[in-house]
Design a protein around this ligand. Structure first.
Ligand SMILES: Nc1ncnc2c1ncn2[C@@H]1O[C@H](COP(=O)(O)OP(=O)(O)O)[C@@H](O)[C@H]1O
Ligand SMILES: [Mg+2]
Length: 255
């Protein structure tokens, strides 16, 4: 069994509208999967449901993580097990520096893993780790001292998200490239960060409308997602086909 497995996953909005209509997907360590689909096809809904967002209801099917059925687990319980959704902190948090935000996030996970007892990461260890991660990801040091997302450019936000990913060390990272057009700088940061972190300890699920991020990350598997379902699967060549031909043929087929 792969580390993350979705079995016939159906997801509805709180009003009962079904958005994700039966998805099977298996993501393992050392793999990059791309889920690609048109706007409104339900990609973000799938990402939120994976992470346990309370506004998205799993009505049928299951999510397995490391062999365990996590379908009913809360978001923080999934995070503790090593499932991470990037791009979920778009808001500025004045008064909280990037460093202190990351330390709290790490300590929350450590506490949960220690069965609810405080187990804060020793400051020198944390400092060493964050400096090493910033160097590895080529993130300017001054960013760590700034207030989280306060006046950050798109590229700086992405840097912090990638840094967060590096520090939390998830086993599966889910990246939802929102449709709010990222500039090329931000795309490169994400692509390089994912490339750097995917390996024997991490796999990634990159959700995107655009083919362009995949010019910088070579996915191992591409899943075409239309109207709440995976309608075609293939290797990296499929992403190029989509770039050339778009989603039109798939959309017409399901219409
Ligand atoms: N919280 C929500 N409230 C109301 N409608 C939603 C919500 N989330 C998603 N939807 C609807 O679900 C559909 C799929 O949206 P979404 O998952 O964001 O698609 P994608 O990420 O592929 O663009 C859209 O019709 C969208 O309006
Ligand atoms: Mg979306």
């Amino acid at each position: 069994m792969a580390l993350l497995e979705l079995k016939n996953l159906h997801v509805a909005l709180e009003d009962g509208t079904e958005i994700v209509k039966g998805v099977d997907l298996a993501v393992d360590l050392n793999q990059v999967h791309a889920v690609m689909g048109p706007n409104g096809s339900g990609k973000s809904t799938l990402a939120y449901a994976l992470m346990g967002h309370p506004g998205y209801v799993i009505t049928e099917g299951q999510i397995f993580f490391d062999g365990e059925d996590v379908t009913e687990l809360a978001a923080d319980e999934r995070a503790q097990r090593g499932l991470f959704l990037a791009f979920q902190y778009p808001h500025a948090v004045p008064g909280v520096t990037v460093t202190s935000f990351l330390r709290s996030a790490i300590n929350a996970i450590r506490k949960a893993r220690a069965g609810g007892a405080d187990d804060p990461v020793p400051v020198p260890e944390f400092r060493q780790e964050i400096l090493a991660a910033m160097e590895r990801l080529r993130i300017p040091r001054e960013l760590a001292q700034r207030y989280l997302n306060d006046g950050f450019s798109g590229g700086e936000k992405k840097r912090v998200e990638i840094l967060q990913m590096a520090m939390l060390k998830p086993r599966i990272a889910v990246l939802d490239e929102t449709d709010s057009g990222l500039d090329i700088d931000a795309l490169r940061i994400i692509a390089d960060g994912v490339q750097e972190l995917v390996g024997p300890e991490m796999g990634a699920l990159v959700i995107t409308h655009y083919q362009r991020i995949l010019n910088h990350i070579e996915p191992d598997f591409v899943h075409v997602f239309v109207d709440g379902r995976i309608v075609e699967e293939g290797g990296p060549e499929l992403a190029h086909k989509l770039e050339a031909e778009g989603y039109k043929a798939y959309e017409e087929a399901v219409a």
